[in-house]
Design a protein around this ligand. Sequence first.
Ligand code: HGY
Ligand code: MN
Ligand code: MN
Ligand code: MN
Length: 401
Amino acid sequence: MSHTFDDLWSELLPIGRFGGTGGYRRFSWTAADAEARAWFTEAAERRGLDVRGDRNGNLWAWWGEPGPDAVVTGSHLDSVPDGGAFDGPLGVVSALAAVDELKRRGVAPRRPFAVGVFVEEEGARFGVPCLGSRLLTGVTAPERARALTDGDGVTWARAMEAAGLDPERIGPDPEVVGRIGVFLELHVEQGRALVHRDTPIGVAEAIWPHGRWRLDFAGQADHAGTTRLADRNDPMLPFAETVLAARASAQRLDAVATVGKVRVSPNGANAIPSRVRAWLDARAPDEATLRAMVDEIESAARRSSGGNGVTLASYQESLTPVVDFERGLRDQVAALAGGAPALPTGAGHDAGVFSAVAPAAMLFVRNPTGVSHAPEEWAEPADCHAGVAALADTLTDLLTR
Ligand code: HGY
Ligand code: MN
Ligand code: MN
Ligand code: MN
């Protein structure tokens, strides 16, 4: 198979690279995002696909006319701060390379077929992951999305408008969603299960339930040098104890909990903070364990806040229920991928959102480092090509039955 994957990959790779780390910063509705979306549109049109944006800013590149019972494959182009090159883009580039392979094979689709790119999958700028697919399917209300703000106070509505789209139109789109007959997402593995199994391709079995909570610890700013310890209401203390409590609870419940984003105000080296705003990312194998862990962490945060004369306000920013991918489709994709193993994952995906409205499946491509959401994320070219072949085989089967 001559590989257009390599050409496509080399076109996209420089877009949104950030600083000297080799990582990416492709946030929704920024210049880097616009450049990536323009690249996708041009690359898709170069292949004769008809690219249409939906009311939420997602892109749909149709092979022929849009229609019911469509086969849709795609992923996202946005990243976390200093993210890896593969998380999202691998699925988009592989989908376009699979289109080339289908054309090379002379496949004549018997049902509508589209390649999709979905906005704000990481929720890195506005806080709610998979926002494009959640808006589309009605999981997130448009008025909530419009009001979401980034770290500079820019709302989703303003940012979308600056990118040339009308934020008043966002919301559920039954016509677009109603076309999806089956959804397929290829994604770099975010772990080392395929390395351990010494195999290049896997399929997704389930997505752990997970969510994000914002914890606002409010105390009293004061002078770092003249304020006795007994006179302090320092929000940094309950924050610190909450981080430790999250780790202990996750350890005990065999789950995961992360505080990766913190904002300290006023953030002065010689001032006791007035406020510490922290985001908890919590994930567990089942919803009862997730609930129990978050309850434990919030109780620890409240206890410690009370003990330090600090107030705590906690907000659930997003909650993603467990996703069990439909067994029949999963086994079919696994068989077409040469008996690929089925893997659970703690990572959320648009395929998880779409699994609520149509049969959905995911293909994973081996990541030798197992690292993701960091510049060290990696996939060998040969494994990327194997991913394209597995995707093309699955699409051929789905499109010609
Ligand atoms: O955070 C996640 O699970 C995914 O990478 N959006
Ligand atoms: Mn990600
Ligand atoms: Mn992703
Ligand atoms: Mn001073």
